[in-house]
Design a protein around this ligand. Structure first.
Ligand SMILES: Cc1cc2nc3c(=O)[nH]c(=O)nc-3n(C[C@H](O)[C@H](O)[C@H](O)COP(=O)(O)OP(=O)(O)OC[C@H]3O[C@@H](n4cnc5c(N)ncnc54)[C@H](O)[C@@H]3O)c2cc1C
Length: 464
């Protein structure tokens, strides 16, 4: 990758050394491919479960070069997607998964504290807001559904309180959940890498997997070496679709675009927006923003650029093509920021599955090759669960994770190209027209409302 993500630049300041590339033929019990949150959590949790396990992790660039070092750092749960979980998996599993996603927030915070990872993690909750009349009340049925199952995750706030907590009068209404956090993604992913190394996990950066033999053991080849391993875990996220044709139609690769301001702590203090709350509005491709611990504001939005045929286009590695639009959106939330320069913009590939949830499984049914991806723009917290699932699978455990329907592979396919690409653009444009109309207090066209529902079918509150 050519452009080093903004967060990684900041994190590498404290952590400049890269792990050496793999050289020569080596052996391990487990080989994990992909040095993002999924690969690192899997390695760490497997090592915690069985300290004797010899684990090697291969990363094609540097740990955090993918989505894990580029995201918005909004550590969220699956509670807002409860209805989709219930429709897919039944009530008992949906409740278990919501609770597990809520527990993941605390587990990540505890892990950082225990291992001295200063990921700037602030457990100040999240606000789901409405930025147009049409969005008001979107989450209410979900709140009632959760409450009926004994989960009290959200509270409706009075409008003036929403404005105060979110720092912006553009938010007309909102509900608050204390079970959420924000993190510095670069410091988290590099901190996990450091901890994994300290636990004895062998990491090789700049070591792309070129291919592997499917025999038992597997042999994974990189440009200058190979690993023979009893088990293989593929944790390469959006890259699965281009590297494994059988997954090409299981995800749509969609950008999430982001801008971040210069440091402006004084201004944030004046606005009263200084804590670690994340704010998401309730449109289909939501606006989300938060402050950072070093006094900036970051705003992101998913669903702008779609890739053809599951390929990671060069645009995912450049400044955001939507920088101007995002900056305008930022100023519409915070007019006081108009004189504050934008330090950086970027985007990255998000792996949007048909259901909006990740899926895990065995590659072509092989008992020793596991994979997991498809977080659909909500992965900072759920990749911890990905680690629970993949570590349980590779250790052949019999537990709620290995029995979960999440381990049964993809639950739907997008149409083949060119239909998927053309369809994505048609739906995206319909959503844009519908939301522009709603922002301006107009009635959207009926056809745009219908097309927008196609994207909503997978559930609300995704960020990409
Ligand atoms: C711009 C953006 C903003 C986002 N914002 C949020 C947010 O605020 N909150 C949230 O919850 N989620 C967010 N997400 C989603 C979240 O970041 C991801 O779901 C999560 O990071 C996925 O982690 P991962 O480890 O599965 O994938 P990745 O972090 O993408 O890791 C995969 C790794 O595999 C490596 N790789 C690929 N091919 C090979 C190979 N052949 N050999 C070796 N290595 C290989 C890649 O270099 C990469 O480092 C965002 C995503 C993006 C792109």
């Amino acid at each position: 990758m050519s452009m080093r993500p903004f967060w990684i630049e900041q994190a590498l300041f404290n952590d400049g050394d890269l792990a050496p590339a793999l050289q020569g033929a080596q052996r391990a019990d487990v080989c994990i491919v992909g040095g993002g949150f999924t690969g690192l959590w899997t390695a760490i949790q497997a090592k915690q479960l069985n300290p004797a396990l010899d684990i090697v992790l291969l990363e094609s660039d540097l740990c955090g070069a993918g989505a894990s070092g580029r995201n918005g750092g909004c550590l969220l749960t699956w509670s807002a997607k409860f209805f989709t979980l219930r429709r897919l998996f039944g009530e008992a599993e949906a409740v278990r998964l919501v609770r597990a996603s809520e527990a993941a927030v605390q587990h990540i915070a505890d892990f950082c504290r225990e291992h001295g990872i200063d990921a700037e993690l602030r457990q100040d909750g999240t606000l789901y807001t409405a930025t147009s009349r049409a969005q008001i009340g979107t989450l209410e049925p979900v709140m009632r559904g959760l409450e009926a199952c004994g989960i009290q995750s959200y509270w409706t706030l009075p409008p003036d309180e929403v404005v105060r907590r979110s720092g912006s009068a553009r938010n007309l209404a909102g509900v608050y959940s204390p079970i959420a956090a924000t993190v510095h993604p670069g410091k988290l992913v590099r901190g996990l890498r450091r901890t994994a190394l300290a636990m004895g996990i062998r990491i090789h950066e700049r070591s792309p997997m070129l291919d592997f033999s499917t025999g038992h053991p597997v042999t994974v080849r990189t440009p200058a070496g190979s690993i023979e391993a009893k088990k293989l875990v593929l944790a390469i996220n959006a890259w699965m679709a281009s590297q494994f044709p059988q997954f090409e139609r299981t995800i749509a690769i969609v950008s999430s675009d982001m801008v971040i301001t210069e440091r402006c702590p004084e201004l944030l203090r004046r606005i009263g927006f200084t804590d670690g709350v994340s704010v998401l509005d309730s449109r289909t491709f939501v606006y989300y923003y938060r402050s950072t611990a070093d006094g900036r504001i970051m705003l992101g939005k998913g669903g702008n650029t779609f890739s053809w045929g599951g390929r990671i286009a060069p645009v995912f590695d450049q400044r955001s093509p939507y920088e101007v639009e995002l900056t305008q959106a930022l100023h519409s939330f915070f007019p006081a920021l108009e004189g504050t320069p934008i330090t950086a913009s970027w985007n990255g590939p998000s792996d949007r599955s048909v259901t909006g949830f990740p899926f895990f499984g065995r590659l072509n049914g092989a008992p020793h090759i596991h994979y997991g991806f498809g977080y659909s723009g909500n992965g900072v917290g759920p990749t911890y669960m990905g680690g629970q699932i993949l570590s349980s699978l590779l250790l052949d455990l019999d537990n709620a994770w290995t029995r979960s329907p999440l381990t049964q592979g993809p639950r739907g396919y997008f149409p083949p190209e060119p239909l998927r690409y053309v369809g994505s653009i048609v739906v995206r444009n319909a959503i844009r027209r519908k939301e522009r109309a709603e922002d301006e207090g107009r009635q959207p066209w009926q056809v745009d409302r219908m097309l927008s529902k196609l994207a909503n079918a997978a559930g609300k509150a995704d960020k990409a």
